[in-house]
Design a protein around this ligand. Structure first.
Ligand SMILES: *Cc1c(COP(=O)(O)O)cnc(C)c1O
Length: 402
């Protein structure tokens, strides 16, 4: 394998994001391929017995087994680290594998974490159901309220965990303020940046310690594979994340890593274009539905914060109909173009009813408290012509009497 300029941090750190997205992390084999090679191999062979001994002892570089390292996965990890502005990154089998690893690798029995009330259903499940089984207690806060984070701190608080914007309420967390509170108390912030990707928001620039991803979403961005990633300092990755990952195995397949590498090449273009489409569609809907939730609209209570910490408001918004689940389901059933699907960040526009899908694992009272109303619908805008999306939404609105 030959290192390219993309492997040289002294060069790549000077590159701008668009260059990093297509060239960062590239290795080349003896064939000199331009597109990154796909190494579908679980193991590696060695010239002699001393070589694996040195590698296992950490005394020589090189691959030992694909649960720990693989060249295709390593290229993706370096590219994501560069886009994020992180020292290091480890790819994970899915977004939820990333969240689980980012929390469990650093929390122990007797520790406490503070987590955002509005969150992706499985993220709330981790905090509410899994962590307490291991003696890790939590306090749930309204993440929009900076003072609530500070007030929830206990002597044993180790981690702040939140997403911004939150799925599906689009609540924002003030990254600079909340990460600053955590820093002042020696608490590690874990930010789930799935809704933005590094193209639209880089939490580390505002003081976040660990940024975790569902690379399934905008990074692949074409609805093909599940993937995740955790970014942090070299120290965090080497001493906390890597031992956890090596011994528990939430490893990303080289095939999926390769697909996401291809996705990253167009991430910036897609994220910005889909965000523009979302804004256009949201402006149309705002005049027709009782409640719109999108940080790109001046009507969003955290519009100013969105302008400060996000490069663009993103491709996802939610809205609430007054007629509860029945009207929301009827709206979905009237769509012709937009797919009924609970994925996000795809090139195709997708819409779902969170209460009966992504958030069905959250207890109804907790769901209500986090603002996931029975009449709420969440849309992820794709790359279709916005006018066709508006026509489809108009049809569905008429079908439910709006
Ligand atoms: C989708 C999603 C995840 C989980 O990602 P998977 O790849 O589906 O496991 C985590 N957090 C947020 C905010 C998400 O939208």
């Amino acid at each position: 394998m030959k290192r390219t300029a993309g492997q040289d941090r002294s060069l790549t750190q000077r590159w701008r994001p668009a260059t990093r997205a297509v060239r960062g992390g590239t290795w080349r084999s003896e064939w000199g391929e331009t597109s990154e090679a796909l190494f579908l191999t679980s193991g590696y062979s060695y010239e002699d017995a001393a070589t694996p001994a040195a590698r296992f002892a950490g005394e020589a570089p090189g691959m030992t087994y694909s649960r720990t390292q693989n060249p295709s996965v390593a290229m993706l990890e370096e590219r994501i680290a560069l886009l994020e502005g992180a020292e290091a990154c480890r790819a994970q089998a899915s977004g939820m594998a990333a969240m689980t690893a980012a929390l469990l690798c650093q929390l122990s029995c007797g520790d406490h974490l503070v987590a955002a009330r509005a969150a992706f259903g499985p993220c709330r499940w981790l905090v509410d159901n899994l962590l307490p089984r291991f003696g890790i207690e939590r306090t749930i806060v309204d993440a929009r309220d900076n003072a609530a984070w500070e007030a929830a701190i206990q002597p044993n608080t180790k981690v702040f965990f939140f997403e911004t914007p939150a799925n599906p309420t689009l609540d924002l967390v003030d990254l600079e303020a909340v990460c600053g509170i955590a820093r002042a108390h020696g608490i590690t912030t874990v930010v789930d940046n799935a809704f933005c990707s590094p193209a639209l928001q880089r939490p580390m620039e505002f003081g976040a310690d660990v940024v975790a991803y569902a690379a399934t979403k905008l990074m692949d961005g074409q609805g093909r594979v599940l993937a995740g990633a955790v970014c942090g300092t070299n120290e965090f990755v080497t001493t906390k994340l890597l031992p956890f990952q090596r011994n528990t195995g939430p490893t990303l397949s080289p095939f999926s890593a390769w697909v996401v590498l291809k996705g990253l090449e167009t991430l910036d273009l897609r994220a910005h274009k889909q965000s523009e489409t979302a804004l256009e569609v949201a402006r149309f809907l705002e005049a027709r539905v009782p409640r719109m939730l999108y940080p790109g609209l001046e009507s969003h209570p955290q519009f100013a914060l969105a302008q400060k910490q996000m490069a663009a408001p993103g491709c996802i918004f939610s809205f609430v109909l007054d007629g509860g689940r029945a009207q929301a389901h009827a709206f979905l059933d009237a769509l012709e173009l937009i797919d009924i699907s609970n994925n996000i960040g795809d090139t195709r526009s997708l819409m779902c009813h969170p209460a009966s899908t992504t958030h069905s694992s959250v207890a109804p009272e907790a769901r209500e408290a986090m603002g996931v109303a029975e009449g709420m619908l969440r849309m992820s805008a794709g790359l279709e012509d916005p006018e066709d999306l508006i026509d489809d939404l108009d049809r569905a609105l008429r079908a439910v009497g709006l």
